[in-house]
Design a protein around this ligand. Structure first.
Ligand code: DQA
Length: 146
């Protein structure tokens, strides 16, 4: 049977969603996002591997796992978006569709957030839609994987 697993990888500080700067990132927790996304994925016949890490190397390892084990990837790399060439290189090695998600509109924020090292090597980018950006990313992935 075809691989039906979607990886959802979350980088540093996203474990604090709901408590962390709620005026920017909203009040929905990461576990609420996970629950909603899992239901949505199961309805359309996909399973989710949903993770969060504060470590750059761990995030790179997880991208490599998605490379061998995933049909698609949703990634919010947090601050590593703006700093990590290692993460960009890992993502560039993938041949599955990848959607980069940010809760906030990184282009409307500080200058250092307006550069994403990962955007040039992913399939698409969703930012500024808050927690529902993850659901939109899942919809997009499903269409791309069809
Ligand atoms: C973020 C945006 C990043 O600039 C920031 O470092 C984050 C969260 C977002 O989802 O809006 O940690 O990726």
């Amino acid at each position: 049977m075809a691989n039906r697993k979607i990886f959802v990888l979350n980088g540093p500080n996203l474990n604090l969603l709901g408590q962390r700067e709620p005026e920017i990132y909203g009040t929905t927790s990461l576990s609420d996002i996970e629950t909603g996304l899992r239901q949505r994925a199961e309805q359309v016949g996909y399973s989710l591997d949903f993770r969060q890490t504060n470590g750059e190397g761990t995030l790179v390892d997880q991208v490599q796992e998605a490379m061998t084990d995933g049909a698609g990837l949703i990634i919010n790399p947090g601050a590593y978006t703006h700093t990590s060439i290692a993460l960009r290189d890992a993502l560039a090695a993938l041949s599955i569709p990848v959607i980069e998600v940010h809760l906030s509109n990184i282009h409307a924020r500080e200058a250092f957030r307006q550069t994403s090292h990962v955007s040039p090597v992913v399939t698409g980018v969703i930012c500024g839609l808050g927690a529902q950006g993850y659901a939109r990313a899942l919809d997009a992935l499903c269409a791309l994987m069809r």
